[in-house]
Design a protein around this ligand. Structure first.
Ligand code: PMP
Length: 305
């Protein structure tokens, strides 16, 4: 889905545009994986590029950094990071892209975040995207993970590098068992989210999603909640157990990379009819209109390049 960069591809690191090859880091950087990141999508719409909710992604990046107490050099403020992302799309002639701004702690003076005055690095990648535009027509199978999303321990509000170790172990486990993605439970056994996406279930026409205390504050999740509100579709934030998924009429994942992806099977049990449900399909259409700037309500969500 994400394309390998070609020769001459540009990235941005600590205030300078550099070639992909030259953007290297010191061997002592990145110990303990101390960092935060974002994933932003740019969509091709009739020859133009629409970047979806760039401001909200940048705000979440800064919130994640605050949670980890990463002190970002002042000159790399919100506007600067927005502009760098746009400029990278232009410099790399990308129409459909995945943007990855990230902030991490360098360690040339010490090997761990215990060190004082460690450098905070800020970087942005913009990579070509050739996957489905927003939402998959294919329904997927999920599997409840043996890996727990430990809410208090992982600071799950932050999109922090370290959280993805658990997420990727869960994804590997699910894939090894023949499923497409994992559903992680918290310590109490409540559903949190998938490896890198939020979860919604539909029962009797009502949307339910786990509260933000247990899952990342997904921007797609927020988009869906707002679209549901506007369309009169009831939606609640509620503690869900794995049984709530088993007995759902419909269920889907939401995220920048996966869009709205229907779930056809959970732990070997078929959900609903086994194909994308009507509310899921309706939301997919609304989401698609939104990301491509075709809805009058949310024109401010799209930044045209
Ligand atoms: N949860 C996790 C753990 C994620 O990595 C993502 C992807 N960013 C999401 C949820 C969905 O968030 P968003 O809709 O903002 O992409």
């Amino acid at each position: 889905m994400i394309l390998e960069p070609e020769a001459g591809h540009m990235v941005w690191l600590d205030g300078a545009f550099r070639s992909w090859r030259d953007a290297t880091m010191h061997i002592c950087d990145h110990h303990y994986g101390f960092g935060v990141f974002e994933g932003v999508r740019a969509y091709e719409v009739e020859g133009r590029t629409a970047v979806f909710r760039l401001d909200d992604h940048t705000s979440r990046l800064f919130r994640s950094a605050r949670i980890l107490n990463l002190r970002i050099p002042e000159q790399y403020d919100h506007e600067c990071l927005n502009n760098v992302q746009i400029e990278l799309l232009q410099r790399n002639h990308l129409r459909r892209a995945y943007l990855r701004p990230f902030i991490y702690l360098g360690g040339t003076h010490a090997l761990s975040p215990r060190g004082r005055d460690l450098t905070v690095h800020v970087a942005v990648l913009a990579l070509g995207w050739n996957g489905p535009d927003s939402s998959s027509k294919h329904a997927i199978a999920v599997r409840t993970s043996s890996f727990v999303r430990a809410t208090g321990a992982l600071l799950t509000r932050a999109k922090a590098n370290a959280n993805y170790m658990t997420a990727m172990l869960a994804l590997q486990e699910a894939r090894a068992a023949g499923a497409d993605d994992a559903i992680l439970l918290d310590q109490q056994g409540f559903v949190t989210e998938a490896s890198a996406a939020n979860l919604f279930v539909v029962r009797d026409g009502v949307l339910h999603t786990p509260p933000k205390t247990a899952a990342l504050e997904g921007i797609t999740r927020d988009t869906i909640i707002r679209l549901a509100e506007q369309s009169g579709i009831p939606c609640t934030e509620a503690h869900l157990t794995r049984e709530d998924i088993y007995v759902a009429d419909e269920a889907f994942l939401s995220g920048t990379a996966v869009g709205i992806t229907p779930i056809r099977e959970a732990d070997g049990r078929r959900l609903g009819s086994g194909s994308p449900g009507s509310l899921t399909v309706r939301l997919q259409a609304m989401y698609e209109a939104c990301v491509s700037g075709r809805t009058e309500h949310h024109t401010t969500w799209v930044r045209w390049v």
